[in-house]
Design a protein around this ligand. Structure first.
Ligand code: ADP
Ligand code: MG
Length: 377
């Protein structure tokens, strides 16, 4: 067990790393962040920020020598980097678990191997795969690059077979999956912690509302029946077990209009849809990550109040002059908690911060959250 005073390494300097750093430092740990960007959200708050590429050999030696354990906030850390670091100290999650989430083709095969249902899909590596990939797919569909997609990036809507080839060309002919577009009842996600002994603890199932492929709001608890909620938690747990996962991970699901539960994707890290835990659960997902990688007991994942988490993208900031949103409108609501990530520049679609609105019921929390959102710009 690594107790307070130990040094934790974080690969990645974004907001997930920042909130991990806050949780870890609150508990008395030291944090060293490896991140190429200067002034990154996590680097600003860490005890030390190593400014170097994730695969910089010298930086990895420096990080490895100083840390008691290393974790990540970013799924695209190369597997070789995670493996290399295990020569110095434990690294959670493992390279083999992270790798499964880096490529949509590998991920969907993994979902199937767990006996779970991915979204119906076909694989396209070359033009000659298209004929086969469209079999079993009813249009409209979505073409997604297999690697490096996030916040809806790398995705194109496809309305007929004829459009596939041009869209594939548009990707630069990198490996892709062609997915059936699902008629969604809703989207839910499960965040869980898993320790080295193989025990897991799930946070309450959350419901996610996306706008233009980017998360807008998370509602907890999800407004789904218990069967769906239990099935989602069981599915996420099965995936974590099969990966022999250590740390915090997230699984995103689609609930179809027919009431089917499909696995969309997983993230080998804390997740945007788990930010509600910061203000509404006994333990946040970030503290749970600290606890899991340090071998501490689980923190209580109980939800204390209905909550709506709302993302704030750079679009809410004025253009050009970089004016700030109307914070006074948000701060006058006593049950809303503001979290800003310290990003210097606001850009359209860039996650700048979020807020959590707590109320006795979800309807009221959502009404208040939406009202704030409309007053911010
Ligand atoms: P990202 O890695 O960008 O999060 P996702 O595959 O999760 O990629 O897609 C982002 C969002 O786009 C989803 O949460 C969902 O709202 C929508 N979406 C993606 N794929 C589908 C699909 N096959 N059917 C319906 N909606 C989808
Ligand atoms: Mg997603």
């Amino acid at each position: 067990m690594l107790l307070p005073g130990a040094t934790l390494g974080m690969l990645g300097g974004g907001q997930l790393g920042r909130m991990f750093t806050i949780a870890a430092r609150n508990l008395g740990y030291k944090v060293i962040v490896l991140e190429p960007d200067t002034g990154s959200p996590a680097g600003q708050l860490a005890d030390e920020h190593i400014i170097a590429a994730y695969d910089d050999a010298e930086a990895l030696v420096k990080l490895g020598n100083q840390c008691d354990v290393i974790t990540t906030e970013f799924e695209n850390i190369p597997a070789e980097v995670l493996n290399k670091l295990t020569e110095y100290c434990p690294v959670f999650p493992s390279a083999s678990a992270v790798e499964k989430a880096q490529d949509r083709i590998v991920e969907k095969e993994f979902i199937l191997s767990c006996g779970l249902l991915p979204v119906p899909y076909g694989v396209i590596n070359t033009n000659s795969d298209i004929a086969n990939a469209v079999k079993g797919i009813t249009f409209p569909a979505i073409l997604k690059t297999a690697r490096f997609g996030y916040d809806g990036k790398g995705q194109q809507t496809i309305n007929s077979v004829d459009e596939v080839e041009a869209a594939f060309k548009e990707t630069g002919q990198v490996s892709c999956v062609l997915e059936q577009r699902i008629d969604l009842d809703c989207e839910v996600s499960v965040i869980l912690g898993r320790n080295e002994q193989g025990e897991t603890q799930c946070f309450p199932v959350a419901e996610n509302i996306h706008r233009d492929g980017i998360l807008y709001q998370t509602l907890a608890p999800a407004r789904v029946d218990d069967n769906i909620a239990n099935a989602a938690q069981a599915a996420a747990q099965r995936m974590a077990d099969k990966l022999d996962y250590v740390g915090v991970m997230a699984v995103e699901f689609f609930v179809t209009k027919k009431g089917e539960l499909l696995v969309n994707e997983m993230a080998p890290r804390t997740h945007n849809s788990g930010h509600f835990t910061l203000d509404a659960c006994v333990t946040s997902q970030f503290e749970q990550q600290v606890r899991m990688v340090c071998g501490l007991p689980f923190g209580d994942s109980r939800l204390l109040s209905p909550v709506v988490m709302t993302n704030m993208l750079g679009d809410l900031w004025g253009s050009g002059a970089n004016t700030q949103p109307h914070w006074d409108k948000l701060l006058e609501n006593p049950s809303t908690k503001l979290h800003l990530y310290g990003k210097k520049e606001a850009r359209a679609g860039r996650k700048m911060g979020h807020y959590c609105t707590l109320a006795d019921d979800l309807t009221s929390a959502q009404q208040q959250a939406d009202k704030i959102f409309n007053q911010l710009p």
